[in-house]
Design a protein around this ligand. Sequence first.
Ligand SMILES: [Zn+2]
Ligand SMILES: [Zn+2]
Length: 145
Amino acid sequence: MEDEKKSLRATGGCLCAKIRFEIYQPLRQISICHCKQCRQSAGYLAGFTVCDPENLVFLQDEGLKWYESSEHAKRGFCDNCGSSIFWTEIKGGNMGIAAGSLDEPTGLTSGIHIFTEFAGDYYEIKDGLPQRKADRHADDLLSSS
Ligand SMILES: [Zn+2]
Ligand SMILES: [Zn+2]
């Protein structure tokens, strides 16, 4: 199992490739976040998987900038092309990785909708996935692949 956990499981980056990274662990299903900050930052909805920062290796981080979007969280983006890529708590912990930044095939599935009480008024959630009104940490409902 140790070997499997440390093998290369995903690669990704921003539109202009001034951010490129590799992830060396199985990735969790995608959480689709409906909070206003995610929607405003991502442009519609935001979908994130997560990894341990120790298993995230940058091949290129020239474009990476961080924006503190609240007292608790910061968002990593490319200062050249504007891609929104990372989300993490300022105190540390798991790194949220935007699903759209991953190279395909990702092998991932969407697992849950979170912060649905803040959903935009321009769509309805009809895919049958579980929903949580305001719980960012829904790991108990998600599996890794
Ligand atoms: Zn870029
Ligand atoms: Zn959000």
